[in-house]
Unconditional design. Structure first.
Length: 184
């Protein structure tokens, strides 16, 4: 049976599918429309994405997409491990500006559901880490947004041993207080 655990921000869910193992290995049901609907996840997923990260300490984020093409994400690790973070950027939310994080590993099979209205990012904790994630909104580059991974107002406790490996784009993202209205 899949275990679904709300994190400190209840809309963000840690989902751990049960693995059924024998001498051959294991099997897990990683997505079930019926199980997820019982947990309140009824929006259909429209796109699957996969990402490979060569180095430990690679940090991607914090990213979001504005309405009308906001995206909820279901993230899991196929190889390696990450620290996955969701930041509430919903204006007027009681948890606006708060973040939650969870360690996701290929070995454990954990998944994180990041709802619409959250900025999302992750840091790899192992080299050669590969992720797979489903999104419930189509990609719309004109609606992309982001928040600085090291915004001091957020004070995210990233598990970094040194400087992260960042894209040029992620190095230039604004602080949350400088975003203005995001539409959430």
């Amino acid at each position: 049976m899949t275990t679904i655990t709300p994190l400190a921000i209840a809309d963000v869910l840690l989902i751990t599918p049960k693995r059924h193992g024998d001498a051959r290995g294991w099997f897990a049901e990683t997505w079930s429309e019926a199980v997820m609907a019982k947990a309140g996840l009824a929006d259909p997923f429209v796109q699957d994405n996969q990402a490979f990260n060569a180095k430990a300490g690679t940090l991607r984020g914090l990213h979001f997409q504005k309405p009308p093409h906001a995206q909820g994400k279901l993230v899991r690790v196929l190889k390696g491990a990450i620290y996955d973070v969701a930041v509430d950027i919903r204006l007027g939310s009681a948890t606006y500006g708060r973040w939650v994080g969870a360690r996701l590993t290929a070995a454990g099979g954990e998944q994180l559901f990041v709802p619409r209205g959250f900025a999302h990012g992750y840091c790899t904790t192992e080299a050669d880490t590969e992720l797979f994630y489903k999104v419930d909104g189509s990609y719309a580059p004109e609606l992309e947004g982001g928040v600085a991974w090291n915004d001091p107002d957020l004070a995210i406790d990233w598990p970094l041993a040194g400087d992260p490996v960042l894209s040029d784009k992620d190095q230039r993202l604004p602080r949350l207080k400088d975003l203005g209205a995001t539409g959430f």
